[in-house]
Design a protein around this ligand. Structure first.
Ligand code: ADP
Ligand code: TPW
Ligand code: MG
Length: 575
């Protein structure tokens, strides 16, 4: 009922909640405290899902991966100064990975902050956020909340997606507007991520280059997974017959078992290809900057002669590391469709010797891997444990796999095949530790699917307290801690013989499984592949929060996993 004489008011809390809902944002990842506590309560009362965490970084990571999974910005709410800073790592990581996310933090009164008068949790948050994200805005008046949300959404989603900071000073939360005026001030953003069609001459240039290729290769990155262009990409791959390689989070855009996957011949095809089509992938350190300086610790002599076609929504990505002969600026779906239109049905397949050479390597490497996986050492090593995980994913390909660690990451990436897009979520562009539980929570919340998190024991420690969050919301998350007693391995010793253990070594035989039990979840202690399989099967059947402590040979890992080459002292040792 509205009373036309005594005008009803809508406060800033509700303007914010309604502004988000109007734009299809129904979930908030948060950590309460003044004034966010009330905002969280009111959001829940208004029917939003509020997932409350134990540390802001994990709420932020959850929001970031929700953005990747849904193409809507994930929203993280924090309190000021320390809460904001805790969330900022996730915002910066989201921006680095091109995930759309909005960090909303409460902040102190401008007047006090600007004169540095020492307010409760005082900090000039806007200034600090600015260099670490794609855009940062502050809303000071209730009537601007709608505009603030609209600008945040457009900034997060349009062009190259990224993180946005929205600063809400305390003063805002004391304001309200007449209800009609308030509602009208809100904006429903129309077409926040418009398709971007590549120029016809750019498409022609790319096709010309591709036509002349003797050893073409398609390289898929997580931008292609985000773009949801799997149908177009499959057509491009199959119509041209060109072999392809997925970057880590692009695994599953096409099933890893696809006959054109060159993943098992990766170190051969990368330096050997003559024309590489990059689709939503950057030529950063993960691709040796396109210069082949080092690959798996070795120097490649042949790398460097490649010509590139690069599909990217960012017009400034091309030439960032090496010259790009044919940049295609646009969204992946539109660019690949344009290539497909030009390719028609009579495209000549790549030369047989290129395809044959890849097939040979692939067969050899697959056989080698099969031999390793068939071994059953005691204690388990990474391979024998991950053979189990490989089978689980094959049997239940809808499972979302979250993965972090060093060896625990590298072995999982190469052993566990993915069958569907956006099912593999990992440490991304920075190789950051700590995404594990935040990503797991959001994956479960956003997809409703079973989540399987393969975690190094060190990696797990960064977000381990969030097992309480997983239990509290009763999420179908099964965590496997690959417990090798430390960072990389558990065998380092203190060279002085002093009482402190080496810096990479943890408490021996720690029982991570008991952490889950402490909060009412299921703990499993697994020393064999059979016990690991049983634990995972039971977790999937019950969908209960489960933590399996998988005992891994503490001597099994290598220093820095696969990036030993980046470690100056380790590189010197082997030189
Ligand atoms: P990976 O780590 O898998 O190699 P990167 O994060 O390095 O992937 O690269 C992703 C690229 O995808 C970024 O350069 C980004 O600009 C681009 N990108 C993101 N979304 C789209 C899209 N919808 N269309 C085209 N390119 C996109
Ligand atoms: C935020 C440096 C890279 S990998 C790793 C660390 C600390 C842990 C490796 O041990 P884990 O894996 O997880 O037990 P495993 O299987 O090899 O034993 N801080 C941040 N990010 C990174 N990447 C680091 C430190 C690092
Ligand atoms: Mg470890």
């Amino acid at each position: 009922m509205t009373d036309s004489i005594q005008v009803a008011e809508i406060d800033s809390f509700h303007l914010l909640i309604e502004g988000l809902k109007l734009n299809g944002i129904e979930t908030i990842y948060a950590l309460p405290g003044i004034p966010i506590t009330d905002l969280c309560r009111k959001a829940q009362a208004a029917g939003m899902r509020v997932i409350s965490f134990r540390h802001e970084q994990h709420a932020g990571n959850a929001a970031a991966i929700a953005g990747f999974l849904t193409q809507k910005p994930g929203v993280c709410l924090t309190v000021s100064a320390p809460g904001f800073l805790n969330g900022l790592t996730a915002l910066a990581n989201a921006t680095t990975n091109c995930f759309p996310m909005i960090l909303i933090s409460g902040s102190s009164e401008r007047e006090i902050v600007d004169l540095q008068q020492g307010d409760y949790e005082e900090m000039d948050q806007l200034a600090i956020a600015k260099p670490l994200c794609k855009a940062a805005y502050r809303v000071l008046e209730a009537e601007d909340i709608g505009v603030g949300i609209a600008r945040a959404i457009r900034s997060a989603l349009s062009g190259r997606p990224g993180g946005v900071y929205l600063d809400l000073p305390a003063k805002l939360f004391t304001q309200s507007l007449p209800i009609e005026e308030g509602r009208q001030s809100l904006i429903k953003v129309v077409d926040p991520a418009p398709r971007q069609i590549p120029a016809p001459e750019a498409v022609a240039r790319a096709l010309e280059l591709l036509k002349g290729a003797k050893k073409p290769l398609i390289l898929l990155g997580k931008g292609a997974a985000y773009a949801r262009a799997e149908n177009e990409i499959r057509q491009l791959v199959e119509k041209t017959g060109i072999p392809y390689l997925p970057m880590s989070m692009a695994k599953g855009i096409l099933p890893d078992t696809h006959e054109q996957s060159a993943a098992a011949a990766r170190s051969y095809v990368l330096p050997e290809a003559d024309v590489v089509v990059l689709i939503g992938a950057r030529l950063n350190w993960l691709l040796s900057h396109g210069k082949g300086k080092t690959w798996g610790g070795k120097t490649s002599k042949t790398w460097g002669g490649q010509q590139y076609i690069q599909i990217d929504i960012s017009p400034i990505e091309a030439d960032s590391n090496v010259p790009i002969a044919a940049p295609l600026v646009g969204d992946v779906g539109s660019c690949v469709s344009a290539l497909l239109a030009g390719i028609g049905n009579n495209w000549a397949k790549p030369p047989a010797d290129w395809i044959g050479a890849i097939a040979d390597r692939r067969t050899k490497n697959v056989a080698k891997m099969a031999e390793t996986l068939a071994k059953n050492p005691s204690p388990m090593n990474f391979q024998s444990a991950l053979a189990v995980v490989r089978d689980v994913l094959r049997d239940q390909p809808d499972t979302v796999l979250v993965n972090e660690g060093a060896n625990a990451l590298d072995f999982t990436r190469s052993i566990v095949d993915m069958y569907k897009p956006r099912k593999r979520l990992d440490v991304g562009t920075w190789g950051i530790m700590g995404i594990g539980m935040g990503f797991s929570v959001a994956a479960a919340v956003e997809t409703g699917e079973q989540v399987l998190s393969i975690e190094g024991d060190s990696a797990f420690g960064f977000s381990g307290m969030e097992v309480e969050t997983i239990c509290r919301y009763n999420l179908p998350v099964c965590i496997v801690v690959m417990n090798n007693n430390g960072v990389y391995k558990g065998t380092d010793v203190n060279p002085t013989g002093g009482p402190d253990v080496a810096p990479t070594v943890f408490v021996k035989n720690a029982r991570y499984d008991q952490m889950m039990v402490a909060f009412g979840g299921v703990g499993v202690y697994a020393t064999t592949p059979e016990e690991l399989r049983q634990g995972i099967d039971e977790a999937f059947r019950s969908r209960r929060p489960t933590l399996i402590n998988a005992v891994i040979d503490e001597t099994a890992g290598t220093e820095s996993g696969r990036i030993t080459s980046l470690n100056p002292t380790a590189a010197k040792k082997t030189a």
